[in-house]
Design a protein around this ligand. Structure first.
Ligand code: FE2
Length: 511
């Protein structure tokens, strides 16, 4: 060995002492504060498995959340009983700083159609116990009960709706997005510049931690598996593809922000997603089957959409490039995946879990038609393409579940809303918000004024709450569960209205 080589080697040896320390896993950590402050969650069930989630955060609202960047071992276990006497799966994983000390465990080897209990442990700390379940085996038609929630603006109201949701006998919860809001947390501040909003990974992480500290949200996650999609506020209000709300950012800036928003979302959700080269391209479209009874299509109407036509607001149409057939809401690949899949699926019910309202809402009195450019109504050719495909492949056994607008709507969907009274081909239930919009009201004067112009709109309401759905064979029922206030605790829950869809029969009936 030459002297120079020897020196070179010693230099690397010296480095080797320093660098691997960053990769050393703390197998016996000791925590001054409970690291399981954000609760536990599960999601994306299959007949033989489910995703488990937690995130270590002893001091959740501080930068670094009290973990000091330490790679930390966490044990997990899944049992048939709440006392963990009959453990069926267990393992050890590492919570890593580059992934926000989150854990995503894809548990294998479970039995179809049964409930399980799970928990995590690290050092002397043990997490709360979560309850989860597998989906029924392929081909079976066991009934399904599930909730639908979304839009939980923390500063605008308490999560009382989650308190009630967590007590419902649901097999699943579908979340339609706006899990966090990116706005400046200072209430009453006029928001004009993106700089008022969170933009950095660490800030998104802290925002999730703030929301996840809520005990009612934690209880709802611990009650059953969730299937989540995102909407716009996980990144930036009304963003479209790589175009931000204010149109001030470059494509590179918007992609960087998207990467951080998407990564933080993934770190905080119990989702099973394929790896991607860049977080900016995280692909969340996927299906979840409930035996042969129902297939959920989890859609993303934000990442691949054309920019809103004529601005993001409500506009009298036609305007600008509004009706350009090249414009898309799902993007070509997702649209083809969905349309081909609807044709190939043998599930009794096709369920679209997505963000923005599909039914047209004309908010202008008189001959003008005024619609929201951010919803499917802003992409009329793409909407008709999809509804035509539904009419051909899964007519009147397709149900669209929607979030986004902080109010409840029941829409019969038809091809071509320009011709009122066309035959319904699908049902849409727009869930309201958990908290966004505050206490709300039962009636809307605007909606009443234009009711005659929107004959496919069966019902509308502006209270906070969630949906509770039951599917059994050919019968689908949706209950609108609402709370009269979220500005103070302990609001009771009521069923504001109930609806039925019968498979193969057009229309939605009020129960
Ligand atoms: Fe929202």
């Amino acid at each position: 060995m030459q002297r120079r080589d020897f020196l070179e080697l010693t230099r690397y040896a010296a480095l080797a002492v320093v660098i691997p320390n960053n990769w050393r896993v703390r197998h016996r950590p000791s925590f001054a504060d409970d690291p399981f402050t954000l609760g536990v969650a599960s999601g994306d069930p299959t007949p033989n498995g489910v995703m488990l989630w937690t995130r270590l955060a002893p001091r959740p609202l501080e930068p670094g959340y009290g973990m000091a960047g330490a790679r930390t071992a966490v044990d997990w276990e899944v049992a048939e009983d709440e006392g963990f006497g009959r453990i069926v799966q267990r393992g050890r994983a590492t919570a890593a700083p580059e992934l926000g000390h989150s854990l995503h465990i894809d548990v294998p080897g479970l039995t179809p159609d049964r409930w399980y209990f799970y928990r995590f442990a690290s050092g002397d700390a043990v997490s709360p116990v979560g309850r989860t379940r597998t989906s029924p085996a392929e081909g079976t038609t066991r009934p399904l009960a599930f909730g639908v929630a979304g839009c939980q603006h923390y500063e605008q109201g308490l999560f009382t709706a989650f308190q009630h949701l967590s007590r419902e006998p649901h097999d699943l919860v579908i979340h339609t997005g706006d899990y966090i809001y990116e706005y400046s947390a200072i209430e009453g501040r006029v928001r004009r510049h993106a700089t008022d909003e969170i933009q950095q990974l660490e800030d998104y992480r802290i925002r999730y931690a703030q929301y996840k500290s809520d005990p009612h949200l934690q209880a709802a996650h611990a009650a059953c598996p969730w299937v989540l999609t995102w909407d716009d506020h996980e990144v930036d209000n009304n963003y479209a593809g790589d175009i931000g709300e204010n149109g001030m950012e470059s494509v590179e800036q918007m992609r960087a922000r998207r990467a951080m928003g998407y990564q933080a979302w993934w770190e905080n959700q119990p989702v099973r997603l394929p790896r991607v080269q860049s977080w900016a391209d995280l692909q969340i479209t996927r299906t979840v089957n409930w035996g042969a009874l129902a297939r959920f299509w989890v859609l993303d109407t934000r990442q691949y959409r054309s920019d809103q036509a004529c601005g993001d607001g409500n506009r009298v149409v036609p305007c600008g490039e509004w009706s350009d057939p090249a414009r898309t809401l799902l993007g070509a690949a997702q649209e083809r995946w969905l349309v081909d899949g609807l044709g190939a699926s043998r599930s009794g019910w096709q369920v679209l879990a997505q963000q923005v309202m599909m039914g047209r809402y004309d908010s202008a009195v008189g001959p003008d038609t005024q619609v929201s450019m951010d919803q499917w109504s802003g992409y009329p050719v793409a909407r008709d393409r999809l509804l035509k495909a539904i009419a051909e492949r899964a007519a009147n056994r397709t149900v669209v579940l929607t979030g986004d607008i902080h109010s409840s709507w029941v829409n019969e969907l038809q091809v071509g809303f320009d011709t009122p009274g066309g035959p319904p081909v699908a049902a849409e239930f727009v869930g309201t918000s958990i908290a966004s919009g505050g206490d709300g009201a039962d009636e809307s004067a605007n909606v009443e004024r234009v009711r005659a112009e929107n004959p496919h709109l069966k019902w509308q309401n502006n209270r906070r709450g969630y949906l509770s759905c039951r599917v059994e064979g050919d019968r689908w029922e949706t209950d609108y569960r609402t709370v009269p206030f979220v500005s103070r605790p302990d609001a009771p829950v009521v069923t504001a209205s109930r609806w039925r869809v019968e498979r193969g029969r057009p229309g939605i009936t009020r129960i």
